[in-house]
Design a protein around this ligand. Structure first.
Ligand SMILES: Nc1ncnc2c1ncn2[C@@H]1O[C@H](COP(=O)(O)OP(=O)(O)OP(=O)(O)O)[C@@H](O)[C@H]1O
Ligand SMILES: [Mg+2]
Length: 261
């Protein structure tokens, strides 16, 4: 029986590749024929831009209406990118939604209530692209999710903060969402480190063992930016060397979440 898997991409550290991972993993799964929705939960709106820009309504409308006890049809908010990826955009107003959520009696589950709607059941996967902070909105995302992917940027401080996220996951497991699992830690921008950094990373990777995706995303600035400039995922471009890597990540991801098609 199919059930939509909801996955948060999160790390309190900025610039590690949360948005790039959401966009490219989502695009790779869509290319495998899965029905995928990506949701921008960051007021920077980077994912929204990558997917083709904001529409009239954003995630803020869904949150506001839910907090007012009303509902907005998802179809009014979902847009489709040129490469066939469904997305819900964000807006600069997103931070002001935190006070709406906080004053709601069901404040831990506002997003969960929104995404429990039957309109979202058609998706195989929903991905939340989170901001680089764990505030009430990110906590809502984690309370709604079956899994969390934690991208880290290769280098000396790659593993900084991972202990704090993993302890956050344990505390959420004990309180608001026992279902949340670590889908994997994703090593991004590999090969972009000094020998000293590599030695430290190798030692630290050992500590996290099976939590690490065996797929690593190499540092490819030009390839990443070329896809961005064309509002598409690397997997949708000919001659993009990251395409194969993201397809491999998509396959490993599906094995990890127990989906065999
Ligand atoms: N594998 C890669 N190779 C080269 N550049 C990359 C790679 N992955 C991401 N980048 C670049 O790194 C920058 C940060 O990536 P991204 O915006 O995905 O990070 P983020 O974690 O979402 O950032 P924020 O915390 O601000 O939301 C972007 O300029 C992106 O193009
Ligand atoms: Mg981002």
């Amino acid at each position: 029986m199919k059930r939509t898997k909801i996955i948060s991409i999160a790390n309190e550290k900025g610039g590690v590749g949360k948005t790039t991972t959401t966009h490219n993993l989502g695009s790779a799964l869509a290319q495998l024929g899965r029905k995928v929705l990506v949701v921008d939960l960051d007021k920077q709106c980077n994912l929204t831009s990558l997917c083709g820009g904001a529409g009239e309504k954003s995630i803020c409308d869904l949150i506001y209406e839910e907090c007012m006890g009303r509902s907005t049809p998802a179809a009014d908010v979902i847009r489709t990118s040129e490469n066939g990826l469904d997305y819900i955009g964000s807006s600069k107003m997103l931070d002001s939604m935190n006070s709406q959520i906080a004053s709601n009696p069901d404040c831990a589950y506002v997003l969960k209530n929104i995404f429990s709607s039957a309109e979202f059941e058609k998706y195989d996967y929903i991905f939340f692209d989170n901001k680089p902070a764990i505030d009430i909105l990110t906590q809502n995302a984690l309370n709604t999710s079956d899994g969390i992917i934690i991208p880290i940027e290769a280098g000396l401080f790659a593993f900084d903060g991972i202990d704090s996220i993993l302890s956050k996951v344990r505390s959420i497991n004990a309180t608001t969402n026992p279902r949340l699992k670590v889908t994997g830690i994703l090593y991004n921008k590999s090969e972009h480190v000094t020998e000293f950094g590599k030695a430290i990373d190798a030692a630290t990777q050992e500590n996290f063992g099976k939590l690490m995706f065996s797929t690593q995303i190499p540092y490819r600035k030009a390839q990443t930016e070329r896809a961005i400039s064309m509002n598409t995922g690397c997997v949708n471009m000919k001659n993009n060397t990251l395409a194969q890597v993201y397809m491999q990540l998509a396959n490993e991801f599906e094995a990890r979440v127990g989906r065999n098609y």
